[in-house]
Design a protein around this ligand. Structure first.
Ligand code: UDP
Length: 233
């Protein structure tokens, strides 16, 4: 099974989700190692919210496009950091970037990525979509569709999509399955709209799951139900 995993930048941050704490990445690396040992193929898009979100810089007065360029650079730092930790756990990695950072990361090339995934190399797709005004959720869905992943996995700290924020609303209920149209019509905060639209247009299933519960990633490669699955039907 080929999976495109979207990790938010917060997963790489310290206790408050800010900054870059490579020492804290070992639990994530163990999950990924278990997934690869179970025969999975994995591409990863890492966000950058632990370092910079373009929208926040723009609110503080920066030009939005420049702010997003800064945010994009953060995703490359995160991908490089995460790849280093995976290497320390015995995994083969390649770091691609959608924007040119010669000498630091390889330029993204779809066919090279597909070949690397097929031979068991964990591929990082950094630099977002390569454009401002997008997010790494959209980049994850875009790359997932391009490399013909079986599904896009969005890692969160809760075990799926709920009718409301379960941390704030005790009556919130969890969905096992949703359609793209239900996500859109209920305004559920799963991913941003371009990401959902891309998946809907190209029939790419999305699974939202809790990456903080050990073994979740490996359960997915074994075909066991995990989190909330979003598809056409
Ligand atoms: N970004 C961008 N284009 C993209 C992806 C990301 O400009 O295609 C910038 C944008 O400023 C964004 C930041 O990179 O706020 C970090 O990405 P994101 O907010 O998606 O990170 P996450 O919330 O997943 O950690």
């Amino acid at each position: 099974m080929r999976v495109l995993l979207k990790l938010s930048g917060e997963a790489l941050g310290g206790g408050d989700g800010r900054g870059l704490e490579p020492a804290g990445l070992a639990p994530l690396a163990l999950e990924i190692r278990e997934f690869m040992d179970a025969g999975g193929e994995l591409g990863i898009v890492v966000g950058g919210g632990n370092l910079v979100r373009g929208a926040a810089l723009a609110e503080a007065g920066s030009d939005r496009v420049t702010a997003d360029h800064i945010g994009t650079l953060g995703t490359i730092m995160n991908g490089l950091a995460m790849a280093e930790v995976l290497k320390q756990h015995g995994l083969k990695t390649r770091v691609f970037s959608s924007v040119a950072v010669a000498g630091i990361a390889e330029g993204y090339q779809r066919d090279a990525a597909v070949a690397a995934l097929a031979e068991g190399t964990v591929c990082f797709f950094t630099g977002g979509t390569g454009n401002p005004l997008f997010t790494t959720d959209t980049a994850a869905c875009l790359r997932g569709i391009e490399v013909q992943a079986d599904l896009v996995l969005k890692a969160t700290k809760v075990d799926g999509v709920y009718s409301a924020d379960p941390n704030r609303d005790a009556t919130a209920t969890r969905f096992d399955e949703l359609t793209y149209n239900e996500v859109l019509s209920r305004g559920l905060a799963v991913m941003d709209l371009p990401a959902i639209w891309l998946c809907q247009d190209h029939g790419m299933p999305l699974v939202v799951f809790d990456m903080t519960t050990p073994g979740g990633l490996a359960r997915i490669v074994r075909g066991e139900p995990v989190g909330t699955r979003i598809a056409a039907e």
